[in-house]
Design a protein around this ligand. Structure first.
Ligand code: NQM
Length: 350
């Protein structure tokens, strides 16, 4: 370890992650997780002795390996390294970091670049599903420069379209793990849903909020967070996730009427308010908007063309939903960008 560990530090969508090859990390998950905690500098609210950014959105890890199945090009394991607890969780995927996986797999030689655009089929080990990313590779090299802009990231970059299928019930076994579109928990109407990310969706108004509050104001509201956590702990077993006190799922999403898009959100991941919204969380919220009678559906302004604009604290995320004749969501997509920030070796504290 004194020579450091090869590491790519990448922005994926509105998050950042350290990307490793599985072959550079211990195979034993407990040893791997202990190493990742030391690399990130956890547990410590400032992560001062590691490379983590003192925020769940910048304390993430992607572990890449050659694909273990024939219909994919690369295996991607997402790990959330908690900031102020000695916990590393594989109980969720991450669609923002997913945007960095295609470029990182090409950079690290796991996938050969094609001449103009390289499709990368990514086996998401957390959920067992395969996503398709399209990476710009003019002249056979990844380019990060481009004209695509996403809210929550300044400037523009090369677009990375992401397409998903079969995400319903990815973590909970069913789109609606309780079998209902509405459950009442602690007196609050909740939709317990998993279309790629387990989420509990509730009306902001039921907490006395407008839903337009800033991330900082919500994070400072201890009474609100305690109420949301009480609901989360009861929702976990109902969602077939078991005891969730030490898990980063389910995510807790407050919804309100949109300003200009489909619906407005403030999401907790799960203890801090997200600066924007997770990719699969946005897909799950968009899907909830289509469920008659659910809190999200009563507030949503549904698009006519399948393009759902999910408003969040720093703008909006676009989610494309394909639905069958019965209205069931069959596929989803979004557009993200990514950037290589640093390539080198990382030196964990001993
Ligand atoms: O929902 C944050 C993020 C995420 C996850 C989180 C994500 C997703 O924005 O797919 O992208 O929910 O912890 O990076």
């Amino acid at each position: 370890m004194s020579d450091g560990i090869p590491c790519l530090w990448m922005r994926g969508g509105t998050s950042k992650a350290a990307c490793f090859l599985a072959s550079d990390l211990p195979t034993d998950p407990a040893m791997r997780d202990a190493l990742l905690l030391r690399i990130m500098g956890s547990p410590d609210p400032r992560q001062i002795d590691g490379i983590g950014g003192a925020d769940p959105l910048t304390s993430k890890v992607a572990v890449l390996a050659p694909s273990s199945r024939p219909d994919a090009d690369v295996d991607y394991l997402f790990l959330q390294v908690f900031v102020d607890q000695a916990l590393v969780s594989d109980a969720q995927g991450c669609g923002n970091i997913l945007a960095a996986v295609g470029p990182a797999a090409i950079e690290r030689g796991l996938v050969a670049a094609k001449q103009s655009e390289t499709p990368v089929r990514i086996h998401m080990l957390n959920t067992g599903e395969v996503a398709l990313a399209r990476v710009q590779t003019p002249a056979g090299r990844v380019t990060y420069a481009g004209e695509a802009a996403i809210d929550g990231v300044p400037g523009s970059a090369a677009p990375i379209p992401l397409m998903f299928q079969n995400t319903a019930g990815a973590m909970c076994g069913a789109l609606l793990p309780s079998g209902r579109a509405v459950d009442v928990i602690e007196g609050v109407d909740c939709t317990l849903i998993d279309n790629g990310m387990p989420c509990v969706i509730m009306r902001a108004a039921d907490f006395g909020l407008t839903g337009g509050e800033s991330r900082e104001a919500l994070d400072a509201d201890g009474a609100l967070k305690a109420r949301i956590e009480a609901i989360r702990l009861r929702a976990g077993p109902l969602m077939k996730l078991g005891e969730v006190a030490e898990k980063s799922v389910p995510k807790m999403v407050l919804v309100s009427a949109p300003v200009a898009g489909t619906i407005r959100t403030r999401s907790f991941i799960p203890h801090r308010c997200h600066a924007s919204i997770g990719v699969f969380a946005a897909v799950s919220v968009a899907t909830a908007c289509t469920l008659a009678g659910s809190p999200a559906a009563t507030l949503a302004n549904l698009p006519g063309d399948g393009r759902f604009l999910i408003e969040h604290p720093t703008g909006a995320a676009e989610v494309l939903l394909e639905r069958d004749a019965a209205g069931h969501v069959t596929a989803a997509g979004t557009m993200r960008t990514a950037r290589k920030l640093m390539e080198g070796r990382v030196f964990p504290r001993s």
